[in-house]
Design a protein around this ligand. Structure first.
Ligand code: NDP
Length: 261
């Protein structure tokens, strides 16, 4: 039986690299992002051409994770086609459209960012966890894995994008809550906190991060790559992390773990 993975936002950046790893690991890989399928055609073709031991099977549906009807349409179509979900990677996320100071950030931006990052992750997890619970518990006792891609912004304060930090701190609590609630059900929940990763999201602030990465705060003086994050996600989903849940791994060049003076 072939296992099924959902990767939200798997068409670009970190999500694309995660989708590639899922395909290489043999998962049927199901992706949702907001863009119409034609817009993502190159990415989807590239994913379907991934070199893997089993022929890649990639399903795409356009939709927003912050929209209940879109989440429900996507997950029910995945289950209709493939009968199950074994892995959920909550990767899709947005930065504020405009970075604004804590004292002037708008409610509109707060609702937009938390609506996608936090509400979307919470209710996508709820939907998929209930689907996993409806599936029989396999002999090895593990029903499924959920991986949340939060950020080091879950912990580190950036007063010029408060809504992003709050949304990512909220995701860290979701990791704990779902790990706690689902451990006894054979569903294990993990979190990756990326640091500075070269993608479309960070393209607008490239110079700032070039300077930061050259300084002392980042022991590994380079940009992270989407593949750096995807390699850790693969470790979580491939069944080698038995007797762990709620685990958080920083993929940030040593930033969170090492304080050097
Ligand atoms: P990108 O902006 O490069 O890609 C985001 C992906 O998510 C795209 O596929 C996008 O597709 C999709 N997406 C955005 N909004 C939604 C939505 N509402 N519903 C469904 N899909 C959506 O981002 P990154 O790859 O850089 O980031 C991926 C994750 O990693 C995010 O959660 C981000 O916060 C986190 N992260 C990134 C870091 C970095 O330095 N890049 C650092 C720390 C964390 P579409 O536009 O078609 O919807």
């Amino acid at each position: 039986m072939r296992k099924v993975a959902i990767v939200t936002g798997g068409t670009r950046g970190i999500g694309f690299a995660i989708a590639q790893q899922m395909i290489k690991a043999g998962f049927i890989t199901c992706i949702m992002s907001r863009s119409a399928e034609e817009v993502c055609a190159d990415a989807l073709n590239a994913l379907r051409a991934t070199e893997a031991d089993v022929t890649p099977e990639v399903f795409y549906m356009a939709g927003g994770i912050g929209v209940a009807a879109d989440r429900e349409a996507f997950v029910s179509e995945v289950v209709r086609r493939y009968g199950r979900v074994d892995v959920l990677v909550n990767n899709a996320g947005v930065a504020p459209k405009v970075r604004a100071d804590l004292l002037s950030a708008t409610e509109e931006s707060f609702d937009y960012v938390t609506g996608v990052n936090l509400k979307g992750t919470m209710f996508m997890s709820q939907l998929v966890a209930n689907q996993m619970l409806a599936q029989p518990l396999p002999d090895e006792g593990m029903r499924g894995v959920i991986v949340n891609i939060s950020s080091f912004s879950a912990t580190v304060s950036s007063p010029n994008r408060p809504e992003y930090c709050v949304s990512k701190a909220g995701i860290s609590m979701l990791t704990k809550l779902f790990a706690d609630r689902l451990a006894g059900e054979g569903i294990y929940v993990y979190e990756v906190q990326p640091g500075v990763i070269k993608t479309d999201m960070t393209a607008k602030v490239q110079e700032k991060y070039d300077r930061l990465l050259a300084g002392d705060q980042f022991p590994i003086h380079r940009w992270g790559t989407p593949e750096d994050v995807a390699n850790v996600v693969k470790m979580f989903v491939c069944g080698n992390m038995s007797y762990t849940t709620g685990q958080v791994i920083y993929v940030d060049g040593g930033f969170m773990n090492i304080r050097s003076i």
